[in-house]
Design a protein around this ligand. Structure first.
Ligand SMILES: [Fe+2]
Length: 156
């Protein structure tokens, strides 16, 4: 049965908010990762990679807000601490010292991790009938798989 935020049980709300906060955390860590690579990438493909990493962090900056505000719409607390985000995130920070190819490979992995996290969060929302959260998670997961392809095409 489809349920809106007001109809969800407290335990369902908690579980969905927890999954969304992991998505917020990984999106925020990947936002910083993309900006880091935007600044520090070098090589003959500097121009397009500098632009692509910018496209990614601009997309992710909007998305972390959308995901966090979905947590609020569900009555939860949005993770807003960098330390908390790093603790929750399966995407790790990077020191920014790497070749262009290694940066692309690291960003492909981050995008795949995010796609998996969003797919899982979407499935959890679906289990509880929370169609509206499920829809947000599906859309974000698709975007991360698109970025994984856009980036990965450089390495083939
Ligand atoms: Fe810039």
């Amino acid at each position: 049965m489809t349920q809106t935020a007001a109809d969800l049980s407290p335990s369902a709300q908690d579980a969905i908010c927890e999954a969304l906060n992991q998505s917020v955390a990984e999106t925020a860590v990947t936002t910083m990762l993309a900006q880091n690579f935007h600044w520090n990438v070098t090589g003959m493909a500097f121009g397009p990679l500098h632009a692509l990493f910018q496209e990614i962090y601009e997309d992710h900056f909007v998305a972390q807000d959308d995901l966090a505000e979905r947590v609020k719409a569900l009555g939860g607390h949005a993770e807003g601490m960098l330390a908390g985000m790093l603790k929750r995130s399966k995407v790790a920070e990077h020191d920014g010292h790497a070749s262009d190819k290694d940066m692309i490979a690291a960003m492909v992995e981050a995008q795949k991790t995010l796609a998996a996290t969003l797919a899982q969060a979407g499935a959890l929302a679906a289990e509880h009938g929370d169609t509206l959260t499920e829809d947000l998670c599906i859309a974000r997961g698709q975007t991360h798989e698109k970025f994984a392809w856009l980036l990965g095409a450089h390495l083939r």
